[in-house]
Design a protein. Structure first.
Length: 370
């Protein structure tokens, strides 16, 4: 029996490593198709478009064009469809890759220490090249926490992906004066390395954070404990496919609902808020309103830079330029709802309030400095 087991390990090594091989191939396929067929070509196209007039702060192109003379309901409806169109690729990738992260963490739990700042930084390093907006990053963060991953890892991932992407960083420093980009990246670095770790440590000192998680079935747990070399390749493939499909479906249901609600609310705000009046005058009340709307608004990746660049070229007060550059797209109502429902209501409120306050302070500072 020992000889047979030894021969099985020596000559059947692909079966012994079937699980990581399948997961790696699946991950490279999903990421490769998204990066090279969609995301990075789209980001480069946005870089070329920066400086030109945007149809909206929430999308860079209109699949369903509107004109100011259209009725309000038509503009809201078409704005909803345009927002959904701009998000469909990124959110699809977010769901597929988030389900993969959930599956990977289920089989190979993250070995994370008690250094909250280092954990957040690890998540940020993984998230930076992914190239998804903070909204499309929510299913990925959800996959991490549902798979028993640390909250600070998920948040580091979530905040770095839309901001520390190399194309977005290049756009920021090319199309705006360097001090705008410097202030933004100091703020985001502070959030990832200092704010998130300290907030989570403070909350856990009162009561342990217990994010919503998904426990494996008894049969799956037995499969995880068994010798992988003794499991046929087809059985391993079927097991991963079943788990992955279940995790996709678990993310699809809330994602679709949240996207539909967010699209309608965002479109209504874009149509009903008098943006020209709001941005035409700098005062504290208008700045507070703009900060709340900016933090609330869910937008695709790089739209913060494009919109801020457009405002700068139009001669809008630098306070508003800085406000939208730092808060638009770095956080939104979608990650707020995720944290509220699955992680911690207090954490969701603290982060939303911090981004609003940071936008107001930086807006006032840049307005005064001119």
């Amino acid at each position: 029996m020992n000889v047979e087991a030894t021969l099985s390990r020596e000559f059947g090594w692909p079966r012994c490593y079937a699980r990581p091989i399948i997961l790696i191939v699946l991950g490279l396929t999903i990421a490769g198709v998204f990066w090279f067929a969609s995301r990075y070509p789209a980001l480069l196209a946005k870089a070329h478009q920066t400086g030109h007039a945007l149809p909206s702060m929430a999308f860079s192109h209109e699949a369903f064009p509107t004109v100011p003379t259209d009725t309000v309901w038509k503009r809201i409806l078409y704005g909803t469809l345009n927002w959904l169109d701009s998000m469909r690729v990124g959110m699809t990738f977010g769901v597929l890759f988030g389900a993969l992260l959930h599956t990977v963490v289920r089989y190979y739990p993250l070995r994370i220490g008690q250094n909250y700042a280092l954990n957040s930084l690890k998540g940020a390093l993984v998230g930076a090249p992914m190239g998804v907006c903070v909204n499309c990053g929510v299913p990925m963060a959800c996959g991490i926490t549902r798979g028993h991953g640390r909250v600070e890892v998920a948040l580091g991932y979530l905040f770095s992906s839309p901001t520390f992407n190399p194309v977005v960083m290049a756009m920021t420093f090319i199309f705006l004066p360097w001090y705008f980009g410097f202030a933004k990246y100091v703020l985001v670095s502070f959030i990832i390395v200092v704010l998130v770790p300290r907030l989570i440590r403070r909350l856990e000192s009162r009561q342990a954070l217990t994010p919503f998680t998904v426990e494996p079935s008894a049969g799956a747990a037995c499969s995880l404990a068994s010798d992988p070399c003794a499991i046929p390749f087809g059985q391993t493939l079927a097991e991963i496919a079943k788990d992955y499909a279940a995790h996709v479906w678990m993310l699809v249901k809330p994602t679709i609902t949240l996207m539909l609600i967010a699209s309608v609310v965002s479109s209504a705000l874009l149509v009903l808020v008098p943006w020209d009046q709001l941005l035409g005058s700098m005062n504290l009340l208008y700045l507070v309103v703009a900060a709340i709307l900016s933090v609330f608004m869910p937008i695709p990746i790089a739209l913060d830079v494009m919109f801020a660049g457009q405002l700068y070229q139009q001669g809008v007060n630098p306070g508003y330029v800085m406000l939208f550059l730092t808060t638009l797209g770095t956080y939104s109502i979608i990650p707020t709802v995720y944290l509220w429902r699955e992680v911690s209501r207090a954490l969701a409120i603290y982060l939303f309030a911090f981004f609003v306050a940071a936008g107001i302070v930086l807006g006032l500072l840049f307005a005064v400095l001119g």
